[in-house]
Design a protein around this ligand. Sequence first.
Ligand code: ZN
Length: 153
Amino acid sequence: MTASLDSMYQQIIIDHYKHPHHRGLPESFDAEVHHVNPTCGDEVTLRVRVQDNTITDLGWVGEGCSISQAATSVMSDLVVGTQVEQALALQQKFLDLVQSQGHAVLTDDDAELLDDAVAFEGVAKYPARVKCALLGWMAMKGAVADAAAKVGE
Ligand code: ZN
């Protein structure tokens, strides 16, 4: 990674941390989850609304380090308005990216799909921060699963 790319990625993370997207809990929702990352002290509460297999609304509140809060903001942008399968496929791609220990091989298509989330590629080199980056994504996955289970009741 070049220095300029690195600083561009840092800027994306700082921007999302300072101005988080989809922050706030929607009153109408199908599932709510609360996830914590005890090793860093990060927390996120996330609500999701799923209609016709599409994530029609998602909102969250949280506290913790810039990585955890920015990653949740980026995740929200990517999954609101997408089909559940697409959101879970993105979650898997992000998981692969940050667990790659810096050896991620992203195709151009993957990079385009992940958009701002590629900024967290550098996190893969810091195992202690991987859980920070994943917190919001795991919360989304859990909330969507809860919402799907509710539909089946
Ligand atoms: Zn953290």
